[in-house]
Design a protein around this ligand. Structure first.
Ligand code: PLP
Length: 389
């Protein structure tokens, strides 16, 4: 069954599976144990940290293992709320994942200034630069922007944000930059992400297991606590460490970095060929974010007619698993906030489907999927209104 919902979650990569089983078999002891076996798990945990850090381009001391991106978003926003001087603003991209949006609203409340995106979903740099310009005149008493929150790649549309430029811009203006790299990691090279002050990632989005992730902590943020309790993770995150999960996550990312992301151009071509085929067969379809850089695996389509849930069900019957947006959004009411921020109407948003391929997707899956879309279109086409005389 061609699975086209990798942005929701991915199957376990073979390298991750092997690493998980090995760790579960021979390193299952508690790393806090004072006996040799416990200490050896602790050593392996730090070796995993040492292997992950250079992939991201940061010091290993900045890597803290957590349960996933949602925990990371909450912990970083809580930390910013606690440590930024009173009244300092935090600029937040409107198209962030709900875990970042809701955490920002909850912890940062009135300090949040929303950053708009353009019609294609890319952050508008001009207004941000203007906003950050205030920092130059700030007396440090709080009217400036203390932090900027922008994701690397959007989960619903695949649209890429200029995170490298954002990291530099924030540095110049003495604002912390927090980047949710959950959808970027494992698909595109991770190098340079450590330039951001704060980064979060979730293993199951790139072939690792569920329930494990990491946060890259800003340099010098000694008082960062994702959870309070014991002194694990060098005091940054209490709770017994999930070493098998961590080992599997790092193995998955290392494998993606060395063997998979190199294929990115070829995979992008497959998706582009698919988009051309769909537009030729169904000219009324619109590709969200067409014309700007997007993840090679993601395509978000505004369909010409019919509720998206009908399309999803009919595609499922044909063996194609797609979604109507983000996995989290489907549990909540209302049209996508991402599409709303891009200027789409709620009616258009109800006609959107997202397909997201993975590394195990083969080239022929794409034309088969295009064919299935054409067939489903004919099925859900509104019948001509019968005029009764
Ligand atoms: N950030 C982005 C961009 C995501 O796509 C997701 C998951 O859909 C998350 C954060 C949350 O990840 P998790 O549910 O693993 O905590």
């Amino acid at each position: 069954m061609p699975y086209f919902d990798h942005n929701a979650t991915t199957p376990l990569a073979s390298a991750a599976r092997e690493a998980w089983l090995r760790a579960q078999d021979d390193a299952w002891q508690n790393p806090s144990g004072l006996y040799g076996a416990g200490a050896r798990v602790k050593v392996r945990l730090d070796a995993a940290r040492e292997r992950l850090a250079p992939l991201l381009g940061c010091a290993m001391e900045r890597v803290v293992f957590i349960s996933g991106a949602t925990e990371g978003a909450n912990a970083v926003c809580a930390h910013l709320a606690r440590t930024l001087s009173p009244g300092t603003l935090v600029a937040v991209n409107r198209t962030e994942h709900p875990c970042v949006l809701e955490a920002a609203k909850f912890f940062l409340g009135e300090r949040v200034v929303w950053l708009e995106v353009d019609r294609h979903g890319v952050i508008a740099m001009g207004p941000l630069e203007k906003l950050l310009g205030v920092n130059a005149h700030s007396t440090g008493s709080g009217q400036g922007v203390g932090a900027v929150i922008v994701m690397a790649a959007n989960n619903e549309t695949g649209v890429l944000q200029p995170w490298r430029e954002l990291a530099q811009l924030c540095r110049r203006h003495h604002a912390a930059f927090f980047c949710d790299a959950s959808q970027w990691l494992g698909k595109l090279p991770a190098a340079g992400l450590g330039e951001a002050d704060w980064v979060i990632g979730s293993a199951h989005k790139f072939g690792g297991p569920k329930g494990v992730g990491f946060v890259v902590v800003a340099e010098g943020a000694q008082d960062f606590h994702a959870q309070h309790g014991g002194g694990q993770e060098h005091g940054h995150r209490a709770g017994t460490e999930n070493f098998p999960g961590v080992a599997a996550m790092v193995a998955a990312l290392a494998e993606a970095e060395t063997k998979k992301v190199l294929l990115e151009t070829e995979r992008l071509r497959w998706r582009e060929t698919f988009e051309r085929a769909v537009l030729a067969a169904l000219p009324d379809v619109r590709v969200v974010g067409a014309g700007v850089e997007r993840l090679w695996n993601t395509v978000s389509l505004i369909l010409p007619h019919g509720e998206n849930t009908r399309w999803v069900a009919r595609l499922d019957k044909r063996g194609f698993q797609v979604s109507t947006g983000s996995a989290c959004a489907t549990a909540k009411e209302g049209p996508s906030h991402v599409l709303a921020a891009m200027g789409y109407s709620p009616e258009e948003a109800r006609r959107v489907i997202r397909a997201s391929a993975g590394w195990e997707t083969v080239e022929t899956d794409w034309p088969k999927f295009a064919q299935a879309l054409a067939e489903v279109s004919a099925e859900v086409k509104p019948t001509e209104a019968v005029i009764k005389i």
